[in-house]
Design a protein around this ligand. Structure first.
Ligand SMILES: [Zn+2]
Length: 241
C-alpha cells in the first residue's frame, strides 16, 4: 500500500523533473529537436505504463475502438505543431526579422519557461473561448468526445483547433525572436504534462495542484463532467471545473 502511495504521489514530480532535466540538456545534443522528440516519446511511454499498472478506472484500460483514431490525431497534430514551430522560424529568417527582444543570454531552461508564458496563455485563452463560442466549440468538441481517459486522449484534437490554440502564442514568440529549440523545449514539457493530465493513471499532484491545472483531471475529482473544465498549466486562473 505504501509503495502504491509512493507511486501515486511521486510519479508526477519525479517524471516531470526528469523531463525538465532532459530538456535542460538539449543544447548539448547534436540534434536538439530530435533529443526533445525522444524525450517526449520516453515520457509518454512511462505514463502509458503507469496507467496500465495503476489505473484510476480499470475499465478504461480496454480499447474503445478509439486507439487508431487517436494515433492518427496525435501524428497529425505532431506534424502540425512541428511545422508551425519550424514554419515560424523559416518565415522569420525569410523576412529577415531579428526579433524585438529575446533573452538569449539567459540559461536555456530559463528561456524555455519564458517561452511557456505566451504559449500557455494562448492555449488557455483559446480553450476557454472554445467552451463559450459555438464555432470554436465545433472544432474543440472532438477533444471531449472520448468515452474513456487514457494517455493519448490529450492529442485528440482537430488539427485546425490545435493550430488556433498555439497560433497566438507562436506569433508572439516569433515577434520576440525566440529560437526554435527553446519553443520545442516547452512543447516537450507540455506534451508529457498533458499525457499525465488526460491519463487513466491514478496519480496525485500533491501541492503542485495549486500551480498546475490538474484539479479537474486528477483523481478523485476526475469524471467526464469535470473533464469539461478549463485548460490551465501555469496558474492563470482558478480552476473552473
Ligand atoms: Zn475543453
Amino acid at each position: 500500500m505504501a509503495a502504491r502511495s509512493t507511486v501515486r504521489y511521486g510519479a508526477y514530480p519525479v517524471l516531470m523533473a526528469a523531463v525538465i532535466l532532459g530538456v535542460a540538456a538539449a543544447p548539448w545534443r547534436d540534434v536538439p529537436l530530435a533529443w526533445l522528440a525522444g524525450l517526449v516519446m520516453a515520457g509518454l511511454t512511462a505514463v502509458a505504463l503507469l496507467e496500465r499498472w495503476f489505473p484510476f478506472d480499470p475499465r478504461w484500460r480496454q480499447p474503445d475502438r478509439d486507439f487508431p483514431a487517436d494515433v492518427i490525431h496525435a501524428v497529425i497534430n505532431l506534424v502540425v505543431m512541428h511545422s508551425a514551430v519550424l514554419g515560424f522560424v523559416v518565415l522569420r529568417n525569410w523576412v529577415g526579422w531579428q526579433g524585438m527582444w529575446w533573452p538569449n543570454d539567459w540559461p536555456y531552461l530559463a528561456q524555455v519557461f519564458m517561452a511557456g508564458l505566451p504559449l500557455d496563455l494562448s492555449l488557455y485563452a483559446v480553450h476557454r473561448l472554445s467552451h463559450r463560442y459555438g464555432f470554436l466549440w465545433r472544432l474543440h468538441s472532438i477533444h471531449h468526445s472520448s468515452r474513456r481517459l487514457y494517455w493519448l486522449n490529450g492529442e485528440r484534437r482537430h488539427p485546425l483547433h490545435a493550430a488556433l490554440m498555439a497560433g497566438p502564442g507562436l506569433v508572439v514568440l516569433g515577434v520576440l525572436g525566440a529560437p526554435a529549440e527553446v519553443v520545442g523545449g516547452w512543447l516537450a514539457i507540455l506534451a508529457v504534462h498533458l499525457a499525465f493530465q488526460h491519463s487513466n493513471f491514478d496519480y496525485r499532484a500533491g501541492p503542485l495542484r495549486y500551480l498546475l491545472g490538474n484539479l479537474c483531471t486528477t483523481p478523485p475529482t476526475r469524471s467526464w463532467r469535470r473533464v469539461q473544465g478549463q485548460y490551465r498549466f501555469v496558474g492563470w486562473d482558478r480552476n473552473r471545473c
